[in-house]
Design a protein. Structure first.
Length: 211
């Protein structure tokens, strides 16, 4: 996961005040000071790798995509517009790289369901967040069983549904930022989340109905 980092004292440390992500990228673009780039990697390496591992369902593939993501950040630094937020832009780059990797690894993706994806919260919390006071159709699932079932079933959702669940639910993005990453309206993010909940509930009900 980690890029080779040889961290030395940065301007951030010498000034005594942390620079924003946006300021770091803009200064890196202007100066080509690799320590500024390394600081951006340090800030986001855990978060982005965790996102990619969950999104792709495979740690080794996630590591490759992580490397490709920050390579693209380097290559596309001139395209970053002042006034834009770095974190959603970074997620856009990472998501596009993940989609490209999936297209190249369709066969691998079919076998990725058994790979660990880290720990998630219980689906009930997501249901409560999205549908308010509506009863939780999965309330009868025990804690550990629920976590494992959610992990596996989210991975089986259609890509357009899975992506919004991972960004909003697992990565904690606001609807607006997730919409920016996926280049879709905010309303579409909300409707896809709701559709995902209904789909998960349907799958669970079908499972219980099986003899």
């Amino acid at each position: 996961m980690c890029l080779t980092l040889e961290m030395t004292e940065t301007n951030e440390e010498s000034s005594g005040a942390p620079q924003t992500d946006e300021a770091l990228l803009i200064r890196y673009r202007e100066t080509d000071d690799r320590h500024l780039f390394e600081e951006l990697v340090r800030r986001y390496e855990r978060e982005i790798f965790s996102y990619l591992r969950r999104y792709l369902g495979d740690a080794e593939l996630a590591e490759d995509v992580f490397q490709a993501t920050f390579l693209q950040v380097h290559l596309k630094r001139d395209q970053f517009e002042e006034g834009r937020k770095f974190r959603p832009w970074l997620y856009t780059v990472a998501t596009n790289q993940a989609i490209d990797a999936q297209r190249r690894n369709r066969r691998h993706r079919m076998t990725s369901l058994d790979q660990p994806k880290g720990q998630g919260e219980e689906l009930g919390k997501m249901v409560d967040m999205l549908v308010g006071s509506d009863p939780d159709p999965l309330a009868n699932i025990n804690g550990m069983e629920r976590k494992e079932w959610v992990r596996r079933t989210v991975d089986q959702l259609p890509e357009m549904l899975k992506s919004v669940v991972v960004l909003v639910y697992y990565q904690g993005m606001k609807y607006r930022d997730a919409a920016g990453v996926l280049d879709i309206p905010v309303g579409t993010v909300k409707s896809r989340l709701h559709t995902a909940i209904l789909k998960l509930s349907e799958i669970w009900n079908q499972r219980n109905e099986e003899p």
